[in-house]
Design a protein around this ligand. Sequence first.
Ligand code: BES
Ligand code: ZN
Length: 648
Amino acid sequence: MRAAAAAALVAAAGVLAGPAGAAPPPDYDQETIAQFNSASSVETIRHLAVDIGPRRSGTPQELEGAQYLAGILDGYGFKTQIYAFPITGNRAVAQVSSPNATLTNGPHWQFSASTSGKMTGTDNPVTGDVVYGGAGATAADFPAGSAGKIVLMDQGANAAARNTQVANAVAAGAKAVIVAATSLSAAGVAAAPPTVTVTPSYPDIPIMGAGRSHLDWMKAILANGPLTLTFTTMNYVNPTRAVVVGRRFAIGDPDGSKAPIVMVGAHIDSVLGAPGAHDDASGNGVSMEIARVVSKLPLDKEIRIGGFGGEEDGLTGSRAYVATLPAAERARFVGEWQMDMVGTPYAPAKLWALTPDGRSNFVVDEAYKASGRFGFTGLDNCKLGQSDHQAFFDVGIPSALFIWLDYHKPVAPATCVSIGQGQYTTEPEYHRPADGMNNISPERLQTTLDVIGGALAHNAMNRVDIRSNKPNTPVQADCGDGVRRMGTTDAAGALPDLRFPHVTCTIQVGGSSRTVAIAGDTPVSLTAADGSVGGTVPATLALTLGAPASFGAFLPGVDKPYSVSTTAKVTSTAGEAALTVSDPGHLANGAFSLPEALQVEIAPASWTLPVSNANVDIAFKQHIGANDALRTGSYSRTLTFTLSTTTP
Ligand code: BES
Ligand code: ZN
């Protein structure tokens, strides 16, 4: 079987033209990373962090993030699915914007919504002017005219003080109350929006919790003029969380059931109140740019892009997704490169590859190799969980967290494997309303794109191992986009592990006229009949259909045969292959079908040897009788052509 395939392939191959005098095109790895542009990543991040804003898991904003990513992936030809995984519990959140002021890191702010106060529901926004009531400890703290206003106060130090301040604000006529955190950590990090619970409850007054940064920003606006806010409060009870997964099937695996899978992931959700530009819109920004570039390549691996909700709830979205994968599907994973916080300008941060056990693994090794291909020496690796790579790791899929972080590597004799938990310092914006676009570095995103995108693309490309009887000889390839220098064979005549973003290439070793055509998928070594040169031929069945066919206008009342044809191209490495068509049935125009069936003729419809880009003629015939009733409009029908084999 292998020998027969080899002979057929060698016989089918042409002779490669020698390289022109001009410099050869760059190799395919370099050519791929040259296409990554972090400006596209920044736009994805901006949409998530600014246009949508904070994306607390279980809120509509998390779903909006998933839908946005699904739209991008659909546009690149991925097959996308949005999962809705159940959450037990509630999410009480306030969505806040301003009609008259520019909210820092806005326009969408998110506060906590107190279940002690009124839930307006998302359809009933409340608008009001903000007044600052200080500590709200006595009536004197509230400015004149607080009645009917949204009263903002510094959060009381204890439950009694908070009960009193909210009661005082309500007595002053507040239409809504904002209790804002005041604390700054020793390192100067402003406190996040607090959960506010007060006694008694106020079923008619919305009560919200804002972060310290929100407090500072609102006070700064109020110092210069009025501040009006429009907000809703909503308690989502047992909501769902969104996970989006895009799949781009491998050439030769049209139903996505057998090809190896290379995956990148990031998380969609943010913590309450944080725009989550760095954590982790940034990861999705990089994923989408990788998706754009690899979607142009015919590849023999399946590409998966994951956008996980629920990460901040304890990796719940990624764990739920992994749980949907049958064992056979998990076994197809080559690896999962998880990107979480992949480009802060925070100076002490470096790019780390972190694994739950502190050991290097396949995806870490491949990231180092990708770094080496463009001369980046800044990557380091050590130990950490705390993101969605853990979910993949736990089911045996090679995975790592890629993160720009000030990670503190253990000092000898401690090692990344021996330590209990990794130590690090995050940037001050981390998990805070301050995590907006200022916390994004296009330069570092570009490095992440080149390392992770470079590793993913390399692993998704079609692999060829050259074996020949020509030691120390240059190898060239022509895949239709220029003659490439692929390297030089070793002393044994071998040049392993070449990668091609193509399924059909012609390879030449030295000046020899012996050439072979190759096509991609699971590598199978072979040697040509005379032993001069060999390549690996992955099993491939590829079908490309020509333009859709149209019969033109059918004339009513005239007995006439109509015919039209189109073409297809077939590449098959199988011993035999057959091209069939689904039941042609009858052309239809809405509820009206033609009385006579459509006929389809395929020539040739079967092959007994491997073929590359073999032409196929597809003829369509339709007879219309003189008495056949025809309805105004277009008659059409979608047909499915299937290329199959029993001897792959
Ligand atoms: N982006 C972080 C992961 C992270 C790791 C941040 C290391 C900083 C340093 C992620 O979104 C996160 O916040 N993870 C949680 C743990 C998770 C299991 C809820 C965390 O690190 O607290
Ligand atoms: Zn986080």
